[in-house]
Design a protein around this ligand. Structure first.
Ligand code: ADP
Ligand code: ZN
Length: 210
């Protein structure tokens, strides 16, 4: 098992890219910290109960809480698998926790999208609550409006995808997560992909770079 970290702002499309690549390649496993957390919130586990308020306000949940979830997934992932780690680490403390887990990190790929584009991207974002597929009303519409292509479920808008919370999430991204770019650059692990291109091109550039 080895790890490819996806770096990028909220709305950079990193989750969609990872999801698409994993659906096309059995050796790739998409692990989204946000999906793990939303799953825990939906189930009402103790971790989910603790995480809920942080997530709704656009803040990061405590490091130990998300780190334990990632540790569990890393422990159960064996064999010839590349884990596409989406949303973790989100700050330097988490990056250090990940190193301590000991799983080899192959690269950290930044999907680069300027802030100006983010609000628009997120306002059109729709997600399938069942299979987690991601859509965009203009850039990546489902075949039938409001319905998931993959599983037929009704698409939803994430609670934290409103303009105010997105603003806060961007502030958190620049303050907490952006320093990881330099962190992985210094380790010679950083790759950068232009995230403003069409999804197919971004996915292609990503898989060629990871
Ligand atoms: P985005 O689309 O903004 O990248 P995610 O789905 O990755 O969002 O995360 C949604 C929310 O879950 C975050 O705003 C944060 O509250 C929480 N979260 C996800 N990953 C982490 C993490 N590694 N550390 C702390 N909080 C996290
Ligand atoms: Zn679905």
């Amino acid at each position: 098992m080895n790890i490819v970290i996806l770096l990028g702002a909220p709305g950079s499309g990193k989750g969609t890219v990872a999801g698409r690549l994993a659906s096309e390649n059995a050796n790739l496993k998409h692990v989204s910290s946000g999906d793990l957390l939303r799953g825990a919130v939906a189930k009402g586990t103790p971790a989910g109960v603790e995480a809920k308020g942080y997530m709704e306000s656009g803040n990061l949940v405590p490091d130990a809480l998300i780190a334990q979830m990632i540790k569990d997934v890393v422990a159960e992932t064996t064999g010839d698998v590349t884990m596409l780690l989406d949303g973790f680490p989100r700050n330097l403390a988490q990056a250090k926790i990940l190193e301590e887990m000991g799983a080899p990190i192959r690269s950290a790929v930044l999907i680069d999208v300027p802030d100006e584009i983010i609000q628009d991207r997120i306002s059109g974002r729709r997600t399938c609550p069942k299979c987690k597929a991601g859509y965009h009303v203009r850039n990546l519409p489902p075949k039938v409006e409001g319905i998931c292509d993959v599983c037929g479920e009704k698409l939803t808008i994430r609670k934290d995808d409103n303009p105010e919370t997105v603003k806060d999430r961007l502030v958190v991204y620049h303050r907490e997560t952006e320093p990881l770019i330099e962190f992985y650059k210094a380790k010679n692990l950083l790759k950068v992909v232009d995230g403003t291109a069409a999804l197919d091109l971004v996915a292609k550039a990503f898989s060629g770079n990871m």
